[in-house]
Design a protein around this ligand. Sequence first.
Ligand code: E4P
Length: 217
Amino acid sequence: MKLFVDTADLNDIETIAGWGVLKGVTTNPTLLSRVEGDPDDIYRRVCELVDGPVSAEVVADARGDMVKQATRLAGIHPNIVVKLPMGAEGISATATLAEKDIRVNMTLVFTAPQALLAASAGAAFVSPFVGRFDDIGEHGLEALHEVVDVMNSPHFNTEVITASVRSPVHVIEAARMGADIATIPPKVFYQMLQHPLTARGIEQFTADAEARAAHQG
Ligand code: E4P
Protein backbone atom coordinates (compact mmCIF):
# COMPACT_ATOMS: atom_id res chain seq x y z
CA MET A 1 0.00 0.00 0.00
CA LYS A 2 1.33 3.43 -0.93
CA LEU A 3 1.47 6.18 1.69
CA PHE A 4 0.25 9.72 0.96
CA VAL A 5 0.17 12.59 3.45
CA ASP A 6 -3.11 14.43 4.04
CA THR A 7 -2.12 18.03 4.70
CA ALA A 8 -1.22 21.38 3.11
CA ASP A 9 1.42 22.14 5.75
CA LEU A 10 4.70 22.45 3.87
CA ASN A 11 6.86 21.85 6.96
CA ASP A 12 5.13 18.54 7.70
CA ILE A 13 5.28 17.53 4.05
CA GLU A 14 9.00 18.32 3.88
CA THR A 15 9.69 16.41 7.11
CA ILE A 16 7.79 13.28 6.12
CA ALA A 17 9.02 13.40 2.52
CA GLY A 18 12.52 13.38 4.06
CA TRP A 19 11.81 9.92 5.49
CA GLY A 20 11.59 8.64 1.90
CA VAL A 21 8.14 7.09 2.37
CA LEU A 22 5.81 9.49 0.58
CA LYS A 23 4.23 8.62 -2.76
CA GLY A 24 1.69 11.46 -2.92
CA VAL A 25 -0.20 14.23 -1.14
CA THR A 26 -3.87 15.08 -0.64
CA THR A 27 -5.22 18.48 0.36
CA ASN A 28 -8.71 19.87 0.82
CA PRO A 29 -10.16 23.36 1.40
CA THR A 30 -10.16 22.91 5.18
CA LEU A 31 -6.50 21.87 5.22
CA LEU A 32 -5.63 24.81 2.94
CA SER A 33 -7.49 27.23 5.24
CA ARG A 34 -5.03 26.32 8.02
CA VAL A 35 -1.96 27.55 6.13
CA GLU A 36 -0.83 30.94 4.87
CA GLY A 37 -0.14 31.70 1.22
CA ASP A 38 -1.52 31.53 -2.26
CA PRO A 39 -3.01 28.06 -2.92
CA ASP A 40 -1.42 27.75 -6.38
CA ASP A 41 2.02 28.51 -4.90
CA ILE A 42 1.40 25.93 -2.18
CA TYR A 43 0.46 23.27 -4.77
CA ARG A 44 3.59 24.10 -6.80
CA ARG A 45 5.82 23.77 -3.73
CA VAL A 46 4.14 20.49 -2.72
CA CYS A 47 4.81 19.15 -6.23
CA GLU A 48 8.49 20.07 -5.82
CA LEU A 49 8.66 18.24 -2.49
CA VAL A 50 6.87 15.03 -3.48
CA ASP A 51 7.07 13.34 -6.86
CA GLY A 52 3.62 11.75 -7.05
CA PRO A 53 -0.05 12.64 -7.33
CA VAL A 54 -0.97 15.85 -5.49
CA SER A 55 -4.71 16.32 -5.00
CA ALA A 56 -6.10 19.86 -5.32
CA GLU A 57 -9.81 20.24 -4.62
CA VAL A 58 -12.35 22.01 -6.78
CA VAL A 59 -14.99 24.13 -5.02
CA ALA A 60 -17.98 24.54 -7.33
CA ASP A 61 -21.56 23.26 -7.53
CA ALA A 62 -22.20 22.91 -11.24
CA ARG A 63 -20.44 20.50 -13.59
CA GLY A 64 -19.38 23.22 -16.06
CA ASP A 65 -17.71 25.27 -13.32
CA MET A 66 -16.12 22.12 -11.92
CA VAL A 67 -14.60 21.28 -15.30
CA LYS A 68 -13.34 24.84 -15.74
CA GLN A 69 -11.75 25.00 -12.28
CA ALA A 70 -10.35 21.48 -12.57
CA THR A 71 -8.76 22.22 -15.94
CA ARG A 72 -7.09 25.31 -14.49
CA LEU A 73 -5.80 23.41 -11.44
CA ALA A 74 -4.49 20.56 -13.60
CA GLY A 75 -2.47 23.13 -15.57
CA ILE A 76 -0.46 24.12 -12.48
CA HIS A 77 1.75 21.01 -12.59
CA PRO A 78 1.59 17.59 -14.29
CA ASN A 79 1.35 15.87 -10.89
CA ILE A 80 -1.86 17.67 -9.93
CA VAL A 81 -4.91 15.43 -9.57
CA VAL A 82 -8.20 17.27 -9.20
CA LYS A 83 -10.46 16.37 -6.34
CA LEU A 84 -14.18 16.49 -7.03
CA PRO A 85 -16.98 15.83 -4.55
CA MET A 86 -19.23 12.79 -4.99
CA GLY A 87 -22.61 13.59 -6.57
CA ALA A 88 -24.28 13.86 -9.97
CA GLU A 89 -22.42 17.06 -10.88
CA GLY A 90 -19.07 15.66 -9.75
CA ILE A 91 -19.61 12.38 -11.59
CA SER A 92 -20.55 14.14 -14.80
CA ALA A 93 -17.55 16.48 -14.54
CA THR A 94 -15.33 13.45 -13.91
CA ALA A 95 -16.46 11.83 -17.15
CA THR A 96 -15.66 15.03 -19.09
CA LEU A 97 -12.25 15.42 -17.42
CA ALA A 98 -11.35 11.75 -17.93
CA GLU A 99 -11.88 12.25 -21.67
CA LYS A 100 -9.34 15.09 -21.51
CA ASP A 101 -6.90 12.82 -19.58
CA ILE A 102 -7.21 14.91 -16.43
CA ARG A 103 -7.01 12.65 -13.40
CA VAL A 104 -9.81 12.92 -10.84
CA ASN A 105 -9.81 11.90 -7.18
CA MET A 106 -13.48 11.51 -6.20
CA THR A 107 -13.77 12.64 -2.61
CA LEU A 108 -16.43 12.31 0.09
CA VAL A 109 -17.12 8.72 -0.90
CA PHE A 110 -18.70 6.60 1.83
CA THR A 111 -20.22 3.59 0.08
CA ALA A 112 -19.37 1.00 -2.55
CA PRO A 113 -22.19 2.15 -4.88
CA GLN A 114 -20.74 5.67 -4.83
CA ALA A 115 -17.28 4.29 -5.61
CA LEU A 116 -18.72 2.21 -8.45
CA LEU A 117 -20.25 5.31 -10.04
CA ALA A 118 -17.02 7.29 -9.68
CA ALA A 119 -14.96 4.49 -11.24
CA SER A 120 -17.47 4.07 -14.06
CA ALA A 121 -17.14 7.78 -14.85
CA GLY A 122 -13.38 7.30 -15.15
CA ALA A 123 -12.07 8.57 -11.80
CA ALA A 124 -8.40 7.68 -11.36
CA PHE A 125 -8.86 7.56 -7.57
CA VAL A 126 -11.76 7.18 -5.13
CA SER A 127 -11.43 8.34 -1.54
CA PRO A 128 -13.64 6.49 0.95
CA PHE A 129 -13.70 8.38 4.27
CA VAL A 130 -13.19 6.03 7.22
CA GLY A 131 -13.08 8.32 10.28
CA ARG A 132 -16.07 10.48 9.33
CA PHE A 133 -18.16 7.33 8.85
CA ASP A 134 -17.11 6.09 12.30
CA ASP A 135 -18.09 9.51 13.69
CA ILE A 136 -21.76 8.95 12.82
CA GLY A 137 -21.82 5.47 14.37
CA GLU A 138 -21.16 3.54 11.13
CA HIS A 139 -18.31 1.09 10.54
CA GLY A 140 -15.82 3.02 8.39
CA LEU A 141 -13.42 0.11 7.89
CA GLU A 142 -16.21 -2.26 6.79
CA ALA A 143 -17.37 0.31 4.24
CA LEU A 144 -13.76 0.66 3.03
CA HIS A 145 -13.52 -3.12 2.65
CA GLU A 146 -16.57 -3.16 0.38
CA VAL A 147 -15.09 -0.39 -1.76
CA VAL A 148 -11.76 -2.24 -2.05
CA ASP A 149 -13.58 -5.47 -3.08
CA VAL A 150 -15.62 -3.71 -5.74
CA MET A 151 -12.65 -1.77 -7.12
CA ASN A 152 -10.66 -5.00 -7.47
CA SER A 153 -12.76 -5.84 -10.51
CA PRO A 154 -10.65 -5.98 -13.71
CA HIS A 155 -13.18 -3.58 -15.27
CA PHE A 156 -11.77 -0.65 -13.31
CA ASN A 157 -8.48 1.15 -13.31
CA THR A 158 -9.27 3.18 -10.20
CA GLU A 159 -7.09 3.27 -7.10
CA VAL A 160 -8.62 3.36 -3.63
CA ILE A 161 -7.29 6.09 -1.33
CA THR A 162 -8.18 5.36 2.30
CA ALA A 163 -9.14 8.82 3.58
CA SER A 164 -10.22 10.41 6.86
CA VAL A 165 -7.61 8.33 8.66
CA ARG A 166 -7.57 8.88 12.41
CA SER A 167 -5.11 6.30 13.76
CA PRO A 168 -2.34 3.84 12.89
CA VAL A 169 -4.97 1.09 13.27
CA HIS A 170 -6.89 2.54 10.30
CA VAL A 171 -3.68 2.49 8.25
CA ILE A 172 -2.82 -1.11 9.10
CA GLU A 173 -6.36 -2.38 8.50
CA ALA A 174 -6.42 -0.59 5.14
CA ALA A 175 -3.13 -2.29 4.18
CA ARG A 176 -4.44 -5.70 5.34
CA MET A 177 -7.54 -5.44 3.18
CA GLY A 178 -5.51 -4.42 0.11
CA ALA A 179 -6.34 -0.73 -0.29
CA ASP A 180 -4.00 0.84 -2.86
CA ILE A 181 -3.21 3.97 -0.83
CA ALA A 182 -3.76 5.52 2.61
CA THR A 183 -3.62 9.28 2.94
CA ILE A 184 -2.40 9.90 6.46
CA PRO A 185 -2.46 13.08 8.56
CA PRO A 186 1.01 14.12 9.87
CA LYS A 187 -0.07 13.42 13.47
CA VAL A 188 -0.78 9.78 12.58
CA PHE A 189 2.55 9.49 10.71
CA TYR A 190 4.34 10.61 13.88
CA GLN A 191 2.32 8.11 15.96
CA MET A 192 3.31 5.33 13.54
CA LEU A 193 6.99 5.98 14.24
CA GLN A 194 6.75 5.39 17.94
CA HIS A 195 6.68 2.61 20.49
CA PRO A 196 7.73 2.87 24.16
CA LEU A 197 9.88 -0.25 23.83
CA THR A 198 11.69 1.31 20.85
CA ALA A 199 12.46 4.42 22.90
CA ARG A 200 13.52 2.35 25.91
CA GLY A 201 15.71 0.11 23.72
CA ILE A 202 17.49 3.09 22.13
CA GLU A 203 18.10 4.61 25.57
CA GLN A 204 19.57 1.34 26.86
CA PHE A 205 21.79 0.75 23.81
CA THR A 206 23.08 4.34 23.98
CA ALA A 207 23.80 4.07 27.72
CA ASP A 208 25.63 0.74 27.25
CA ALA A 209 27.69 2.10 24.34
CA GLU A 210 28.66 5.17 26.40
CA ALA A 211 29.52 3.06 29.45
CA ARG A 212 31.76 0.82 27.34
CA ALA A 213 33.47 3.83 25.74
CA ALA A 214 34.06 5.41 29.19
CA HIS A 215 35.38 2.12 30.57
CA GLN A 216 37.83 1.66 27.71
CA GLY A 217 38.95 5.15 28.08
C1 E4P B 1 -9.10 13.18 1.98
O1 E4P B 1 -8.53 13.35 0.93
C2 E4P B 1 -9.48 14.23 2.93
O2 E4P B 1 -8.62 15.33 2.76
C3 E4P B 1 -9.30 13.83 4.36
O3 E4P B 1 -8.84 12.52 4.49
C4 E4P B 1 -10.44 14.20 5.25
O4 E4P B 1 -10.16 13.77 6.54
P1 E4P B 1 -10.91 14.32 7.85
O5 E4P B 1 -12.18 13.56 8.01
O6 E4P B 1 -9.95 14.03 8.96
O7 E4P B 1 -11.13 15.79 7.64
